[in-house]
Design a protein. Structure first.
Length: 249
């Protein structure tokens, strides 16, 4: 008899708050998925890892497992690390049927989250401000295309003087470079909008760099995507898609 399981593969972190947020968001999604066997695992640093997560589901009786990446965009973890682990798992458990889900990707409801984060910041006159959308960055060319698509969709939704993109790693312009040139325009309102799901070292580093700035500009740091209901809803939909997708061969 088929017994469905779901394995949520989150990134992992040394930051306890980041782990708590990820777990809380996943649990919000789990309540929207009618599957009795659901487990959380991590790609790195934290435990259980993906192999232990699969083992836990198998011990609980799962015969079919949907592996769902808890990731915003498609990059190295999605294309390399998780598929490699799935290959190894198929060797360990040849009788288990595995399916593989997708990251959240570019969705209008995630743009809604960004709009909500801007509204929460209570910016007096958004139309006269400069907005910096900050992505994580990766070597995969899809990352830049996705962030540019997100920026384009966001610009259609808000009245803003300038909307620029920068990245925390690999891609240019870097967040650091942009910060160093903030005073090229004096007395602006600069809005920093991170396209990151959870808190952690990156958020802390960004805040620290902003606090150390010596600038005449007003700098506003918006909340990251976090535990917005749309994030859990988007994740639960990815789970449902993964359950129905073609098995990995």
């Amino acid at each position: 008899m088929k017994k469905q399981g779901v394995l949520y593969v989150s990134h992992g972190s040394r930051n306890k708050e980041a782990l708590r947020e990820a777990e809380q968001c996943i649990k919000m999604a789990q309540k929207q998925v009618q599957v009795p066997l659901q487990e959380i695992c991590y790609l790195e640093i934290s435990k259980p890892d993906i192999f232990e997560g699969i083992e836990n589901l198998v011990k609980r009786g799962a015969t079919h497992i949907a592996v769902v990446p808890v990731l915003l965009l498609s990059a190295g973890h999605y294309y390399e690390d998780i598929p490699k682990a799935i290959e190894d798992i198929k060797c360990l458990y040849p009788d288990i049927t595995l399916t593989y889900g997708k990251p959240l990707g570019v969705q209008d409801r995630l743009i809604d989250v960004l709009v909500d984060r801007l509204e929460e910041a209570e910016i007096p006159d958004l139309s006269k401000a400069r907005l910096l959308l900050v992505g994580r960055g990766s070597r995969n060319p899809e990352t830049q295309r996705d962030i540019e698509n997100i920026a384009s969709k966001l610009k259609e939704r808000i009245q803003i003087k300038t909307l620029d993109i920068c990245y925390l790693a690999v891609l240019k312009p870097s967040f650091n470079d942009v910060l160093h040139h903030l005073d090229d325009q004096k007395n602006e309102t600069i809005i920093i909008l991170p396209y990151l799901w959870f808190t952690g070292l990156l958020i802390k580093s960004m805040k620290k760099k902003i606090e150390s700035l010596n600038t005449t500009n007003k700098v506003i740091f918006c909340q990251y995507l976090g535990l917005h209901p749309n994030m859990a809803g988007a994740l639960s939909d990815r789970v449902k898609e993964a359950i129905l997708s073609t098995p990995v061969h």
